[in-house]
Write a protein that binds this ligand. Structure first.
Ligand code: DC
Length: 221
């Protein structure tokens, strides 16, 4: 791994907008992008496909270590199969949060993530990018928003895709996932000590992108 390559980390709970922010910042700087949540989503989806029970940690870890995962722009394929849409459902998010509690899964994903650090720079989004994976990042952002606002945003997104969803159901799922991600023993979701916490509840995504780019310019990134 090349530690001289600069990294910006963007961590935060589900629905905070960190994926959109990370992509916009990576595009503006011409840097690489790591969507670390996708890796946990893939492992969860492959367990479902292959009939591996989440109760069998040993088998989940074995599967996680064996996968050949490839990213190409918005597309992701695993062992030659396109999983781009399958990993974006609410269920895939919940399953990802379950496998992400397992130390062996996190160890397998740790090495994979660090390989994304390539010139000219990397924007990495997730839950533990600033606290565990890229502790020496030049800029660490922790993006938050109220639970209600995050549920609303997700609701609008899914409605726009033509899917029928219930707002109370989404709120309950977000609360369940948050509790698991924040409460787990290993790499829990929390801001790094040196992270800038941004509450986006009443901010537009454009305003958040501009704020982060300003911080990047301040650090000559
Ligand atoms: O960011 P996301 O919603 O795609 O992430 C899905 C799940 O994966 C999330 O609920 C927790 C887990 N995750 C994690 O534990 N660590 C990360 N760095 C990214 C995601």
């Amino acid at each position: 791994m090349n530690t001289a390559v600069p990294v910006i980390t963007i961590d935060g709970p589900s629905g905070s907008g960190k994926g959109t922010l990370a992509r916009a910042v990576a595009d503006a700087l011409g840097w690489h992008l790591l969507d670390s949540g996708a890796l946990y989503r893939i492992i969860g989806a492959m367990c479902t496909r292959r009939g591996v029970s989440f109760a069998d940690e040993w088998q989940v870890v074995e599967l996680a270590e064996s996968l050949d995962i490839r990213f190409d722009e918005d597309k992701v394929s695993v062992d030659g199969q396109d999983l781009s849409d399958e990993i974006r459902t609410e269920d895939a998010g919940l399953n990802a949060s379950k496998v992400a509690q397992m130390p062996g899964v996190r160890a397998a994903v740790f090495e994979l993530q660090r390989r994304f650090r390539k010139p000219p720079g990397l924007v990495a989004d997730g839950r533990d990018m600033g606290t565990v994976v890229f502790t020496d990042a030049a800029l660490k952002i922790f993006l938050d928003a109220s639970t209600e606002e995050r549920a609303q945003r997700r609701y609008k997104q899914l409605k726009n895709k033509g899917l029928s969803v219930s707002l109370p159901g989404l709120l309950a799922q977000i609360e369940e996932r948050d509790a698991r991600d924040r409460g787990r023993a290993i790499a829990p979701l929390k801001p790094a000590d040196d992270a800038q916490v941004v509450d986006s509840t009443s901010m537009s995504i454009e305003a958040v992108v501009e704020l982060v780019l300003q911080q990047a310019r301040k650090r000559a990134l």
